[in-house]
Write a protein that binds this ligand. Structure first.
Ligand code: KG4
Ligand code: ZN
Length: 340
């Protein structure tokens, strides 16, 4: 089966062609996964500007689509299904991908499988073609989401907890903005943290002992704000800034790991799967892997290219969602689309 996938939820325009073979234990072969990032467009604003994102998708999607088809060496008639992320996300960004998918579906006479964006991140771990046994605990950490989701089977989700305010990636982005480090914050903070001491600055671990599986990152961001007034040296490049980045990163990681391990124990899961843009963070990948190993629980995290938004992950989720395939007239975008 050949799936053509589209992703335009936020600031990445992506098209992927994925070949799936085998029914019971499907194997994913990524024939192409083209991504056009808009970082340069949004960086001067310290965050994503929705109207600019929409315009960039409109301009780039046809080019990215053409490249993805060429790289995959397929013809349009080879496509069995079309899939697109239909939400959550920025509505004027989502609409570009959804409308493109509808036009293709009409022209090719193929159905569309609508995919919820978070389920896409979750299924990015299936692209590794490793055997994954249920129950599975997913820690999805991105710019818009921080969620712990239990799965008892394919597409059977139970939300255990989520952030009550900012998402983990949002906290990285806001702290980077405070320090004048640009957008997106995660990659630059993690790079600077490599040369820093994670015990140098004392930062809170919000809700670490709250007894539930929810998170809160807005307090951490506020502490950073006050610390930046007291320690002006962290606002310029140098050892203090590196130490500060390492301390902030560790505070966020400690909370994420503590809650994940607690949930994994409670629900006796076989696998912990890390996903979403923040899962590209080396320290989080390393430390959660170690924590899972200590618990004798298997751990998986996608290759970095599949951590941030991409269309290949949408194809994987679509494969396990085939029953949802619809004709082009019945596909809608929904900025607040829920996983469950
Ligand atoms: O999944 P994604 O591409 O888009 C959303 O669905 O939100 O995630 C983007 C987020 C941004 O907040 C970015 O700062 C964060 O992922 N991120 C990271 C790293 N790379 C990207 N956060 C921490 N460390 C990283 N290395
Ligand atoms: Zn995402």
């Amino acid at each position: 089966m050949i799936i053509l996938a589209i992703e335009t939820s936020c600031d990445d325009t992506s098209v992927s062609v994925v070949k799936v073979t085998g029914q019971k234990n499907p194997k994913f072969q990524i024939l192409s996964n083209e991504i056009s990032s808009q970082i340069k467009t949004h960086s001067p604003f310290g965050g994503v500007v929705p109207s600019l994102a929409s315009r960039e998708h409109l301009k780039n999607l046809p080019l990215v689509f053409k490249k993805a088809i060429k790289k995959a060496k397929i013809e349009l008639k080879d496509i069995d299904y079309i899939t697109t992320a239909t939400g959550p996300g920025l509505i004027i960004a989502l609409l570009i991908g959804v409308n493109f998918a509808k036009a293709l579906s009409y022209t090719l006479g193929k159905k569309i499988m609508p995919v919820q964006h978070i389920s896409g991140h979750i299924y990015s771990n299936w692209l590794s073609n490793k055997k994954i046994e249920f129950p599975v605990l997913n820690l999805v950490v991105s710019g818009g989401h921080t969620e712990l989701i239990l799965m008892d089977g394919h597409a059977k989700y139970k939300k255990l907890g989520s952030t009550r305010d900012d998402a983990a990636g949002e906290a990285f982005d806001k702290v980077a903005k405070l320090l004048g480090l640009g957008y997106p914050g995660g990659p630059v903070i993690s790079k600077l943290a490599e040369g820093g001491d994670n015990n140098a600055f004392e930062l809170p671990r919000p809700m670490i002992n709250s007894g539930d599986f929810d998170f809160s990152f807005s307090g951490l961001k506020t502490s950073v704000f006050y610390l930046s007034k007291k320690h002006k040296e962290i606002l310029k490049p140098g050892q203090a800034q590196n130490d500060f980045c390492a301390s902030f990163q560790q505070a966020a990681i400690d909370v994420l790991i503590a809650k994940t391990i607690k949930a994994a124990r409670r629900y006796k899961v076989k696998y912990i799967l890390l996903a979403g843009g923040v899962s590209a963070n080396n320290e989080l990948r390393k430390q959660l892997k170690q924590a899972a190993k200590k618990e004798k629980i298997e751990f998986l995290v996608p290759e970095k290219i599949f951590c941030t938004d991409n269309a290949a992950m949408i194809a994987a989720a679509a494969y396990f969602n085939q029953k949802k395939a619809k004709g082009w007239k019945n596909i809608e975008a929904n900025a607040n689309l829920k996983l469950i």
